[in-house]
Design a binder for this molecule. Structure first.
Ligand code: GLY
Ligand code: MN
Ligand code: MN
Length: 477
């Protein structure tokens, strides 16, 4: 896709339809073995048990492999179990479902056992019956079992088996794996880059098609259709397409509203490619041109986001980007007359609603420790905690400041901040700010990019999704 931008630049989003880039070479498969070795070196006693498929309601959800299972195996077939244990002869076991004629009639021929062994390298490939005896013996031995504790169904099954035996305790596999998942390998970055490129292309398509009189779901369909057009299996999370008042709802999902002239459209979306998801937010004027009020808020959020991105480099803290963005936003709000005291923590907390970064990877809110970043965030501390973790090369984080002027925002102040400020202070604030706030009601702006921390600084993986005012208006013309 190519669009001309004022000043003669052209907007090129380099992405090809080529699902062969999803295949892993034998060399690349070594990464999965290396991850298992890392887990083994952290495993003092016990075993890891994971399953690929925690789908519970038949025909409702598409199969999507469990993230921990995929991270440690590279295998993505359904109804398969993986075991990692310190057994010298068989540290890596896969157990695949029985092949019945019926399952082949419905699902086609599964990979042959020899192929599974050659590609994924299990030391043993078991059937369900052998696997069940293996699990029985482990649970009877009392060794701890590390698993994905959010897989409630598997936990219950294992507890039921253990009930007969006594013994093993269940621990979260996150203790062994999350730190590994925080630092992305080049192969993972490749997947994330393509997920971002596909998402950028889909967003640009929405920019071109968007106009008053169309529904939010039409834009969602165009976007997700484009994901699929480039081989993305599905969105990494439910697409948010919020127009007008819905742009101020952080996790709006129905996407049913008819868009009107003068609305903003906030799209918070991400394609999942090879199980890695993008998470990009762009906010655009439905009619193709920002109103003065929309542009004011948009440019303030953009300035904050650009400065925050500049601060993201090794040695700085995760919380620094949030702090930089928050400082600029507070200064801007104060200058606009939307705050009466730029040092008031509760006034800042009224506008700064969430910490501006999270890890991104196999999951949209990817696993990993943040230090005190989230713990330090609260009503009286919109800046986040001072003790958040240091940024390291290989981390991928979002940066997503936003401002949201909900219609009844000011009326909610007593309820939200009744314990932080006295009611006369809140009343005085409302009286002074209301005439300005009114001008911005129904404006919700979030701008979100996906940033890879590198030795030299950073790479913005979502750089191809247009976000400068002039670029957006040019593309939408
Ligand atoms: N799309 C969810 C988030 O931005 O965190
Ligand atoms: Mn998002
Ligand atoms: Mn996000």
């Amino acid at each position: 896709m190519c669009c001309n931008i004022p000043g003669g630049r052209s907007w090129i989003i380099p992405v090809t339809i080529d699902p062969s880039d999803l295949e892993y070479t034998p060399d690349q498969m070594e990464s999965f073995a290396e991850r298992r070795n890392q887990v083994l070196s952290r495993l003092e006693e016990g075993i890891v048990v994971l399953r690929s498929d925690d789908r519970e309601s038949y025909n409702r959800n598409e199969f999507r492999v469990n993230s921990y299972f995929f991270y440690l195996t590279g295998y993505d077939g359904p109804q398969t179990f993986a075991v990692i244990c310190k057994n010298e002869n068989a540290p890596f076991i896969l157990a695949t479902p029985p092949r019945s004629i019926r399952s082949m009639i419905y699902g086609g021929e599964p990979q042959k056992d020899e192929e599974v062994i050659a590609l994924y390298g299990p030391d043993r490939l078991l059937g369900y019956r052998e696997f069940r005896s293996f699990i029985d013996s482990i649970l009877g031995s009392g060794l701890p079992v590390y698993m994905d504790l959010s897989d409630r169904d598997l936990l219950q099954q294992l507890k039921d088996i253990k009930g007969e035996k006594g013994g093993s305790e269940f621990r979260n596999v996150s203790e062994l794996v999350d730190e590994l998942r925080v630092i992305k390998e080049p192969l993972e970055v490749e997947r994330l880059q393509k997920a971002c490129d596909i998402t950028a292309r889909a967003i640009a398509k929405v920019m071109k098609e968007c106009e008053p009189g169309r529904y939010e779901f039409e834009m969602e369909s165009l976007l997700e259709g484009t994901f699929r057009e480039y081989g993305a299996a599905m969105p990494g999370f439910p697409s948010i397409m919020g127009s007008g008042p819905n742009s101020t709802i952080l996790h709006y999902e129905p996407n049913m509203r008819l868009m009107e002239d003068g609305d903003l459209l906030l799209m918070d979306v991400g394609a999942e490619y090879g199980y890695y998801t993008a998470d990009i937010t762009r906010t655009i004027p439905v009619n193709g041109k920002f109103s003065e009020e929309q542009r004011t808020i948009y440019q303030l959020v953009l300035n904050a986001q650009l400065a925050a991105i500049d601060s993201m480099k090794p040695g700085n803290l995760i919380g620094d980007a949030h702090r930089v963005a928050t400082r600029i936003i507070i200064q801007g709000l104060f200058e606009l007359g939307l705050m009466t005291d730029s040092s008031s923590a509760w006034q800042a907390s009224f506008y700064v609603l969430y910490p501006s970064s999270h890890y991104l990877g196999l999951d949209v809110h990817d696993v990993g420790a943040y230090g005190g970043f989230f713990a330090g965030f609260g009503h009286d501390s919109p800046g986040g905690g001072p003790e958040s973790r240091v940024l390291e090369p290989g981390m991928v984080l979002t940066i997503e400041p936003g401002l949201y002027f909900r219609e009844n925002g000011l009326q909610q102040l007593h309820e939200i901040f009744g314990n932080d400020a006295d009611s006369t202070e809140i009343e005085a604030f409302i009286e002074q700010v209301a005439p300005v706030y009114e001008k911005y009601v129904h404006i919700g702006v979030r701008i979100e990019d996906d940033i890879l921390i590198t030795k030299e600084g950073r790479i913005n993986l979502s750089r191809y999704a247009p976000k400068e005012v002039l670029d957006i208006e040019q593309i939408m013309r």
